[in-house]
Design a protein. Sequence first.
Length: 137
Amino acid sequence: MTPYTHKVQYYETDQMQITSHTNYIRFMEEARSDYLEQIDWPYDQLEKSGVISPVVNVNCNYKRTTTYPDLIEITTRVHKVSRVKLTLAYQMTVSGQLVCQAESSHCFLNQAGKIVDLKKAMPDFYQQLLELQKQEL
């Protein structure tokens, strides 16, 4: 997979000219969308299939600060997948230096808000996620 790159914008920084910690969660969302596109399952395709995938947990470990106009390279990988939940891991670097390690967990729901068994509802997607998880072990 090709890492996703986010250029820090001036408005994403605080009064100390450091990227606000809240933006990293948005960067993760951008990287997740990019990752799904790279594996040929863009988010809009999931929605057309009747599946949504809301965030249920986020964890960020900040290692270094970033500032405008740093280029944050975000590597995304499948950390863990089950029939109803997906956890992605993110490694964010600037010029090869680690700035943040993070994870986001997502469940799978139908449009009525009921939990979806991904293995039954979208077996090809589920199988691909399992294969991607195995590659990371």
